[in-house]
Ligand binder design. Structure first.
Ligand code: GLN
Length: 272
C-alpha cells in the first residue's frame, strides 16, 4: 500500500472517531434521555395521556353519570398536578393497553396493571403503588368441594378468566388439566360462575370481593393467594428518566400520606 493511501486511511479513522465522539459522547446521551422522556414531553405539551380500561372497580370505572372515576384516575390526576399538566384518558380493552403504549398512542398505562417479569420485557414499570393477590370466586353449586386452586386442576373443571390478565396466566400455569374460558370483561367471567357455568373465576382480590357481594347466594370466595400482584405504572422502554421522576412522585406521596388517603377513600388495603 502506498504511503499516501495509508495516510488517507489514517485520516479517515481519525475523522470518524472525532465524529463519533461528537454525536455519541456520554454527556449528550444523558441529555437526550431527558430530552426525549415522556415526562418532559408531556410537560412541554401541557398534557399527559394515560391508557386505562375503565371496568376495574375500584381502580377505574364509569360511574352512573358516565364519568371516569377510581383510585388510578385520582392518582393520575395527582401526577398531572405535580407535572403541571392536564390529564387525558385513553380507554381501551385490557389486552390493547400495552400495544397502545408501545405504539405511542398513550404516554403511560395506569389500569390496576400488575408489573410482571414477562410484561417487563416489553414495557418498563415504576415501583409498585399498590400490592394485592389473585384469588378465587367459586360457584356454590358446581364447586362445593373445592378448597384450593389444586382442586380445580382436573378434567371437567371450568375456570373463567379475563383475557390477558395475571389470573389468566395463573390459571394456565396451575390448572393445565382444566378447561379455561376467557372473557373480555370481568363481569362476564363472574357471571359464568354465578350462573353455574364455570367452577371458579381467578382474578384480583378487590374485584372478586365485589362480585361475591353482587352474587352472595351463588358464589363464595377462597382468599388463599394464588399469585402476588404489585400494581405499577407502565412506561415505554428506554425512558429511565420518566421512571425515576414517577418513582420520586410515588415515594413522596407515600411519605406525605397522600397514597394512604387514596387507599382509604377507595376502601383498599395495601398488602405487602
Ligand atoms: N392486575 C391484573 C393484571 O394486571 C388485572 C388488571 C385489570 O384487569 N385491569 O393482569
Amino acid at each position: 500500500m502506498g504511503i499516501l493511501r495509508r495516510m488517507h486511511r489514517a485520516l479517515l479513522v481519525v475523522l470518524s472517531l472525532v465524529l463519533l465522539s461528537a454525536c455519541g459522547g456520554q454527556g449528550n446521551e444523558a441529555t437526550d434521555l431527558w430530552e426525549n422522556s415522556v415526562i418532559r414531553l408531556a410537560n412541554e405539551r401541557g398534557k399527559l395521556i394515560i391508557a386505562t380500561e375503565p371496568t376495574f372497580r375500584p381502580f377505574e370505572w364509569k360511574n352512573e353519570s358516565d364519568e371516569l372515576v377510581g383510585f388510578d384516575i385520582d392518582l393520575a390526576r395527582m401526577i398531572g398536578k405535580e407535572l403541571g399538566v392536564e390529564v387525558e384518558f385513553l380507554s381501551a380493552a385490557f389486552t390493547s393497553l400495552i400495544p397502545a403504549l408501545v405504539g405511542g398512542k398513550a404516554d403511560l398505562i395506569m389500569s390496576g396493571m400488575t408489573a410482571t417479569t414477562e410484561r417487563a420485557l416489553t414495557v418498563s414499570y415504576t415501583d409498585p403503588y399498590f400490592h394485592t393477590i389473585t384469588c378465587l370466586l367459586v360457584s356454590t353449586s358446581r364447586a362445593a368441594d373445592v378448597r384450593s386452586i389444586a382442586d380445580l386442576n382436573k378434567a371437567g373443571r371450568v375456570i373463567a378468566v379475563k383475557e390477558g390478565t395475571t389470573g389468566h396466566f395463573a390459571a394456565k400455569r396451575h390448572c393445565p388439566n382444566a378447561k379455561i374460558v376467557t372473557t373480555e370483561l370481568e363481569n362476564d367471567a363472574a357471571n359464568e360462575v354465578a350462573q353455574g357455568k364455570a367452577d371458579a373465576f381467578l382474578y384480583d382480590l378487590w374485584s372478586i370481593r365485589q362480585h361475591n357481594k353482587n352474587h352472595p347466594d351463588t358464589t363464595r370466595v377462597i382468599t388463599t393467594p394464588v399469585s402476588r400482584e404489585p400494581y405499577a405504572i407502565a412506561c415505554r422502554k428506554g425512558d429511565p428518566e420518566s421512571i425515576a421522576w414517577l418513582n420520586l412522585v410515588l415515594r413522596t406521596m407515600r411519605l406525605d400520606g397522600r397514597l394512604q388517603e387514596l387507599y382509604e377513600k377507595y376502601g383498599l388495603e395495601d398488602v405487602r
